[in-house]
Design a binder for this molecule. Structure first.
Ligand SMILES: *Cc1c(COP(=O)(O)O)cnc(C)c1O
Length: 296
């Protein structure tokens, strides 16, 4: 139904990598589709197949007004021929922000829910109300993380070369890193490093374990909590300057919510000799530049 395109693996050469004796590569998963970019495409892939197999015509999901996941669902729904409904946190504004404008153009119908009700969105009476309103839909949770999202991200891990030592990614809900860890379970020499972009996101450990369900393989992942820059969608001049100079040096756009924080963290860890000399590090560019890119 939707298959991500094959993307380049680009080496990032700098004095820093030279000095530390490591090889840093960026997997440009932000380029895997024109309409739906990055990890979100892999997370949606098997969900949409399941929705189709179950005979659904409508896909419903949740997100904040600047959500990459809403944008991805709207785009993927359009590609795969589903009607999409976005349940948006907060009141309707007179002017749609660029993300909500875009999802509307992609055919997504928006349903606004105030913040206190939004918190109850996974409770039965809330979903029953939605069922009454919108009939038969396939429900994808906020952020798109469920076991089918994990399956898609595990499949992505299999597109990577056989020999490398570290795989780095930013973490929101943890669905992506769970999939990467699962996909690399048989590659005993490779470790997955996640960079939570939420502050104090210690709950993630438990969530990642539950996304992994029955996986009994040895733990091959680790979270580094030092690069959230104050929390979700928080940024400072240091981060913005880093993103701009990275773009100037390598012509790769990063966003300041996810990938900017991760690559900043990877550079800092290289400088601090976190990675052994001779290591090959792959950082996954998970996308996100459409909503919070280098120039926005
Ligand atoms: C959603 C998103 C993430 C986080 O993925 P999770 O599976 O929620 O951890 C990372 N990077 C980008 C660009 C995203 O849009």
């Amino acid at each position: 139904m939707i298959s991500p395109e094959k993307t380049p693996l680009v080496e990032i050469k700098s004095d820093l990598t030279e000095k530390a004796g490591v090889k840093l590569l960026i997997k440009r998963e932000d380029l895997n589709n024109k309409l739906v970019s990055g990890n979100k495409l892999w997370k949606l892939k098997y969900n949409l197949e399941e929705a189709k197999a179950l005979g659904h015509k409508i896909v419903l999901t949740f997100g904040g007004a600047f959500s990459n996941h809403l944008l991805a669902t709207a785009g993927a729904g359009k590609l795969a021929g589903f009607n999409t409904i976005g349940v948006v946190r907060g009141e309707k504004q007179d002017n749609l922000n660029p993300v909500l404008k875009r999802v509307t153009e992609l055919g997504m119908k928006l349903h606004y829910v105030d913040r206190s009700n939004y918190r109850k969105k996974m409770q039965p009476h809330f979903t029953q109300d939605l069922e009454r309103n919108f009939r038969n839909f396939y429900l994808i949770p906020e952020g798109g993380s469920n076991h089918l999202a994990v399956k898609g991200c595990a499949e992505f891990a299999h597109t990577l070369p056989d020999t490398f030592d570290y795989l780095c990614c930013p973490c929101g809900t943890g669905g992506t890193i769970a999939g990467l860890a699962k996909g690399l379970a048989n590659n005993s020499s490779c470790k997955v490093i996640g960079f939570p972009i939420l502050k104090n996101a210690f709950f993630l450990e438990k969530d990642i374990y539950s996304f992994l369900e029955d996986s009994s393989f040895q733990r091959n992942w680790q979270l580094i909590y030092d690069y959230h820059f104050g929390g979700y969608a928080k940024k400072n001049d240091q981060l913005i300057n880093f993103i701009h100079s990275f773009f100037k040096d390598y012509s790769i756009p990063l966003d300041w919510i996810y990938t900017g924080k991760m690559i900043f963290g990877v550079f800092d860890l290289i400088e601090k000799s976190f990675f052994d000399r001779g290591s090959v590090i792959i950082a996954v560019h998970t996308g996100g530049t459409q909503t919070a890119g280098v120039n926005s």
